[in-house]
Design a protein around this ligand. Structure first.
Ligand code: NAD
Ligand code: ZN
Ligand code: ZN
Length: 393
């Protein structure tokens, strides 16, 4: 079958790889009908996430049709022909963390748990197409994919309607939702969202659904700011203003109660000189990331407020204003998203028409075009905000 493979930093290729097979009675095989490129994939492409191996199959935002089921998955109610979204994490449904709804840190599904413990101090769940720290599982930018722990992992969706209505349940829609939910956004709150990529867009949409008083959307890409404005946010072009100062001026000098960092490791700026300092430090391995948005979110946040971080970080950052964090009494909420914690609720809101996630798609292309689409998405060419790949052509 055809699959999108990581072949080194900035080298993404469409290749022929062996078809996946059932390897365990809990497995299912999915024929992928739609699959996306995520901002998280850019971190892999740009070499920010360690333990990638040549030939690793990428992708963690797929959906499709079940074409083969192992005996245990079938016994738990998964059947050939089911239409399913595959969340980016595998879950066992039985461990202590799964029972508490902390699915992205399932204790069972990461077959490289020891590696995760060495990096992070405890294990995460197994993730699709996302390095060997998270299990080294083949991803879903492919014609077919093997889904371990299939019956507990997948989200069954209705048979009708376009894929794009449900596809983003795999990751970015619950991720935006969790970002707002963890900040406990409500009608009293002014929210500021750094980053108007797909995750930022859904964090904005979720904050508005949760009743936020005002939402500021921060980025410097015009079409992304315009998309945020259409959702009801107030755009802040960070190339034109000092972001922290701007937010203070528009919130009686105190700052937004809820600040969401939907940028993560590869933030730019805040200006050419300060941006260079992080570039030099990452080049010298004095830090592994560029936490510009995170620093600004801490400084901008109103005292006793919450900084919520869906943006992905992988290692070590410098110059984090811990003094501001501590003395203002801020709450910090983070995490890979516990997709299934929110899936039923969001699915109901989609089916009732309260949430329409399809607005985020700007580009649809055959799977084979993925290398070109990765570049387009990374470089924000041609108004690219979200790419959906179609393995069926
Ligand atoms: N927590 C999770 O489970 C989870 C899930 C999916 C994605 N993510 C992460 O969320 C982040 C965003 O993902 P995405 O798909 O929207 O990516 P993206 O690359 O499309 O969007 C990032 C946006 O941030 C903007 N940006 C860069 N520097 C900035 C700054 N200093 N201030 C404000 N904006 C700035 C960019 O212009 C871009 O529009 C990534 O780090 C991704 O890995 C996390
Ligand atoms: Zn993703
Ligand atoms: Zn578990």
């Amino acid at each position: 079958m055809k699959a999108i493979c990581w072949q080194g930093k900035k080298d993404i290729r469409c290749e022929e790889v062996p078809d996946p097979k059932i390897e365990d009675p809990k497995d299912a095989i999915i024929r992928v009908t739609s699959t996306c490129i995520c901002g998280s994939d850019l971190h892999l492409m740009n070499g920010f996430v360690p333990t990638m191996c040549l030939g690793d199959v990428l992708g963690h935002e797929p959906m499709g049709e079940v074409v083969e089921v192992g005996a245990e998955a079938r016994a738990k109610g998964l059947n050939v022909g089911d239409r399913v979204v595959v969340p980016f994490q595998m879950i066992c449904g039985e461990c202590e963390q799964c029972r508490k709804g902390n699915f992205s840190v399932c204790q069972t599904t990461n077959r490289n748990a020891d590696l995760a413990k060495a990096f992070f101090g405890d294990t995460t769940a197994g993730l699709f197409g996302y390095s060997h720290i998270t299990g080294g599982y083949a991803g879903g930018q492919a014609q077919y994919m093997r889904v371990p722990y299939a019956a507990t992992t997948v989200i069954k969706v209705p048979k009708d309607g376009p894929d794009e209505r449900y596809l983003f349940l795999s990751d970015i829609l619950p991720t935006g939702w969790q970002a707002a939910a963890q900040a406990e956004v409500g009608p009293e709150d002014t929210v500021a969202v750094w980053g108007c990529g797909p995750v930022g867009q859904f964090a904005i949409q979720s904050s508005i659904v949760m009743g936020a008083k005002t939402v500021y959307a921060i980025d410097d890409v015009p079409e992304r700011l315009a998309m945020a404005e259409r959702l009801g946010a107030k755009p802040v072009d960070r190339s034109q203003v000092n972001v922290v100062q701007f937010l203070k001026e528009h919130t009686d000098g105190h700052g937004p109660e809820k600040c969401i960092d939907a940028v993560g490791i590869e933030a730019h700026g805040p200006n050419a000189v300060l941006g260079l300092i992080d570039k030099v430090q990452t080049a010298l391995k004095l830090e592994t990331e560029r936490p510009v948005a995170f620093r600004e979110a801490i400084m901008a946040c109103k005292a006793a407020g919450t900084v919520s971080v869906p943006g992905v970080y992988g290692g070590l950052s410098n110059s984090i204003p811990l003094g501001a964090m501590m003395n203002k009494g801020l709450t910090l909420r983070t995490g890979q998203t516990h997709v299934k914690r929110y899936a039923d609720d969001i699915l109901r809101r989609i089916d009732e028409g309260q949430i329409d996630p399809t607005f985020v798609v700007t580009h649809t292309a055959p799977l084979g075009k993925a290398p070109e689409m990765y570049r387009k998405f990374r470089d924000k060419q041609d108004g690219c905000i979200k790419v959906v790949l179609k393995p069926g052509g």
